[in-house]
Ligand binder design. Structure first.
Ligand code: PHE
Length: 340
């Protein structure tokens, strides 16, 4: 009997499993009515009286450790079940990882492109680092002419001049040098000017330039195209106004205002109580620019326009500090959502 108790004790202490059926088999083997421990108790009768006390003690101890083992195994299976549920319940909804949002300048830039693409404009891009020819000379800025000071330039090299482009008009030249009319294209991109940063101006911003060259393109075409754009961008009720202006590369030149989309033309501090806000520069391509690109200015006419994307975004979203677009504060950026 001693032998048996020793063997069982060893078996009980060494037993381990994580499977519920095996736990039950353990219970049946040792503790059920016909199990090994009750049958030891049955054999107890044949133990000589002087050994009974001692034998009773070790038998009870054996039963106690089998019971303890059983409880431990049951508990561990229960807690596994709970944690398993937590770990692999595939039906639970997931935490949505937060998706990024498009930058408001990209949204507005894409919207401008989308509006013009509906009337046949395609998109081309040019380099941000430009030579003097494409940024100035071919655009009819005379050498040493004060017009070059219209836009303060970041120079990278002098003689020959290499600079960061001050406007996307440089891409007009690149495209006209390479393509022959008719052409109808947009040139979006970053531009750079040596300006003090303030709520209204930044040393880096985005422009979208447009160019249309064909036979018999007129100022009326320009006006109608820009009216279409203004209404698509700011709403059907929007009106436009063209004021004479000056750019070396267009003749005649104009600046375009839209009726203030914030006060509807009544007057507010955005339009400075005039009812109008300026949004772009435009004009008919100067014949000298055509000649610089080997396009016959007797046969071809065209118009060009250029607008600041930040300016359009500020009006559209009524955000009146341009610096917010460059700070990358996600609390600001995540407010803008768009399909474009
Ligand atoms: N390049 C001009 C600017 O940066 C805008 C413009 C483009 C004006 C095309 C006329 C025609 O201010």
């Amino acid at each position: 009997m001693h032998e048996k108790i020793k063997r069982y004790k060893k078996e009980i202490d060494g037993f381990t499993t994580e499977i519920a059926e095996e736990v039950d088999q353990f219970r049946i083997r040792f503790l059920s009515k016909k199990g090994l421990i009750p049958s030891l108790f049955a054999d107890f009768k044949s133990v000589p009286p002087e050994q009974r006390r001692e034998m009773g003690r070790i038998l009870n101890e054996l039963k106690g450790s089998a019971q303890k083992k059983l409880n431990e195994l049951r508990e561990s299976i229960e807690s596994n079940k709970v944690s398993e549920k937590k770990a692999i319940d595939l039906t639970l909804p997931t935490d949505f990882s937060s998706l990024g949002t498009r930058h408001p300048i990209s949204i507005v830039g894409n919207e401008i492109i989308e509006i013009f693409s509906r009337i046949g404009f395609t998109v081309s891009e040019g380099p941000e680092i430009e030579d003097d020819w494409h940024n100035f000379s071919a655009l009819n800025f005379p050498e040493e002419h004060p017009a070059r000071d219209m836009q303060d330039t970041f120079f990278i090299e002098k003689d020959p001049d290499v600079s960061l482009r001050t406007h996307t008009s440089s891409v007009q030249i690149r495209v006209m040098e390479e393509t022959k009319p008719p052409m109808r294209a947009l040139f979006p991109g970053r531009v750079f000017r040596n300006e003090a940063i303030s709520a209204r101006a930044h040393c880096i911003f985005h422009q979208v330039e447009g160019l249309y060259v064909d036979k018999n393109v007129s100022f009326a075409d320009l006006k109608q195209t820009l009216l279409y754009f203004a209404k698509e961008m700011f709403g059907e009720e929007t009106g436009i106004r063209l004021r004479p202006s000056y750019f070396p590369f267009t003749e005649p030149s104009a600046e375009m205002d839209i009726s203030c989309n914030i006060c509807g033309g009544k007057g507010c501090n955005i339009c400075k109580y005039t009812g109008w806000v300026e949004i772009l520069g435009c004009g008919m391509v100067d014949p000298n620019v055509f000649e610089n690109c080997d396009i016959d200015s007797k046969k071809q006419t065209g118009f060009a326009f250029g607008m600041g994307v930040e300016r359009i975004a500020m009006l559209k979203y009524q955000v009146n500090d341009i610096r917010l677009y460059f700070e990358n504060d996600v609390r600001f950026l995540k407010q803008f959502r768009s399909a474009l």
